[in-house]
Design a protein around this ligand. Structure first.
Ligand SMILES: NC(=O)c1ccc[n+]([C@@H]2O[C@H](COP(=O)([O-])OP(=O)(O)OC[C@H]3O[C@@H](n4cnc5c(N)ncnc54)[C@H](O)[C@@H]3O)[C@@H](O)[C@H]2O)c1
Length: 412
């Protein structure tokens, strides 16, 4: 059992910490946000604010899954650099034994070696490779299934500063049943970006095919179901709909595009992936306009606010741009989401939130389905009988055609 510290206890931090606890290690969760630590409680682990971290001794590894947002396409490393500087001048400096610092944030190639290691050395007065080790260990989990994915990964990527650093991290992962890829740090950074960019590309690709199929009267799901049986293609991320959201895909594709430009290399496919995705939510608005005409004072029920099912996360959710557009055009919105209501209320306090999908639909002139929550698949035809006009547009292919008739898919 080793003592590990997770600095940044958000989605990735909690999965990392809880995962290592499940593997028998002792974990201290650290976060700059006291609310996050309060919510974590202290059962089975310790919590610690950054200013007290230096009091912890005997630490074998510090994991850093800190937010790395983009602004105007450029990655903002301020949070991560702040945490690294704090670690350097505090716990790393005071820790007497050899330990490793593990970057878990998604960062562009050359960030760890170009910016973070120099900061660690400057603030700790110690030398990487001699006094402490460094690894870049990207995370590939899916939100909503974070802990499950951490414990059962497809692969573990260890970007190592030197062999000793990599050996220490590989030891911590030795109980996991997954191939461990050991490489240099910038390759590990690139593996994460290339993986996310590929998944985002798959989604924008299939949405483009879906938009074309719609015009040609073809069901894109008949096409993708057959495509997915080809092992070279695989069925995942072939679900056409209103586009991708979440905290990672747009930001990572933007950051990679930006990085690419900075070395005089135009990333044309990646730019197109973002363009297709930005336009996709508007397809549902266009369809609604054709069916409903003017939106003014029309009551529109929105089923699903989270960017995907099993999470309360609304970051970059397509529902945001759709609601904003409808509100601007004078529609009355009634939403329902089993988990994400509170987060959406911070963005749209003025719209109505229903207690259930059935309540949201009542008296609506139109209904848009925007998240693939399983419970929407249980809705029956009669549940929609209370609508003022029966206009149902599906953005996620979750309604069950055997239970509900007369609805249209956004691109099928
Ligand atoms: N969310 C995902 O599905 C996912 C998957 C893989 C990789 N990632 C990457 O992992 C990183 C973290 O993502 P996340 O979704 O967990 O973010 P998050 O916003 O949920 O969590 C980040 C945490 O870091 C904390 N923090 C910020 N500055 C700090 C500091 N100086 N000291 C201590 N804590 C600090 C924040 O308070 C927050 O709790 C990002 O780079 C992201 O791109 C995310």
């Amino acid at each position: 059992m080793e003592k590990l510290v997770v600095i940044g206890s958000g989605v990735v931090g909690q999965a990392t910490g809880k995962g290592f606890i499940a593997m028998g290690h002792e974990v201290v969760f650290c976060d700059i946000n006291p609310e996050t630590l309060a919510k974590l409680g202290s059962q089975g682990h310790k919590v610690c604010p950054p200013e007290l971290l230096e009091q912890e001794q005997g630490i074998k590894a510090f994991f850093l899954p800190i937010s790395t947002p983009t602004v105007d396409g450029k990655i903002q490393l301020g949070f991560l650099k702040g945490a690294v500087a704090n670690l350097g001048m505090g716990a790393l400096k005071k820790n007497n034994d050899y330990c490793i610092v593990v970057v878990r944030s998604t960062v562009p190639p050359n960030t760890t070696e170009g910016s973070l290691i120099p900061l660690l050395e400057k603030y700790s007065g110690k030398k990487a490779g001699k006094d402490f080790g460094v690894c870049m260990n990207p995370e590939f989990l899916r939100e909503g299934r974070a802990l499950e994915d951490f414990i059962n990964p497809d692969r573990i990527v260890i970007g190592e500063y030197d062999k000793r650093s990599g050996d220490r991290l590989a030891e911590l992962y030795s109980g996991f049943n997954a191939p461990i890829i050991r490489t240099n740090i910038k390759t590990a950074e690139m593996i994460k970006y290339a993986s996310n960019a590929f998944l985002a590309t798959k989604i924008s690709f299939v949405n483009e095919i879906g938009n074309l199929c719609k015009k040609l009267g073809i069901d894109v799901y008949d096409v993708t179901n057959a495509m997915g049986l080809d092992k070279r293609i695989a069925p995942h991320f072939l679900q056409a709909g209103v586009g991708f959201g979440g905290s990672c895909f747009r930001k990572d594709v933007e950051a990679l595009t930006h990085k690419s430009k900075s070395v005089n290399n135009e990333a044309r496919v990646l730019s197109a992936v973002l363009d297709v995705n930005a336009l996709q939510p508007m397809k549902i608005i266009d369809m609604l306009g054709q069916k409903l005409g003017d939106f003014n004072k029309k009551r529109v029920a929105i089923l699903g606010l989270a960017f995907k099912d099993n999470t309360d996360d609304v970051r970059d959710s397509p529902s945001i741009s759709i609601i904003r557009n409808l509100v601007d055009q004078g529609a009355d919105i009634v939403c329902y989401d089993p988990k994400a209501e509170n987060n959406m209320k911070k963005l749209f306090p003025q719209i109505a939130y229903a207690e259930s999908a059935v309540d949201a639909i009542k008296n609506a002139d139109a209904c848009l389905v925007l998240t693939a929550w399983k419970e929407f698949g249980k809705l029956k035809d009669q549940d929609f009988d209370s609508m003022r006009q029966r206009i149902i547009i599906e953005g996620r292919r979750v309604l069950d055609r055997t239970k509900v008739r007369d609805f249209e898919g956004v691109c099928w």
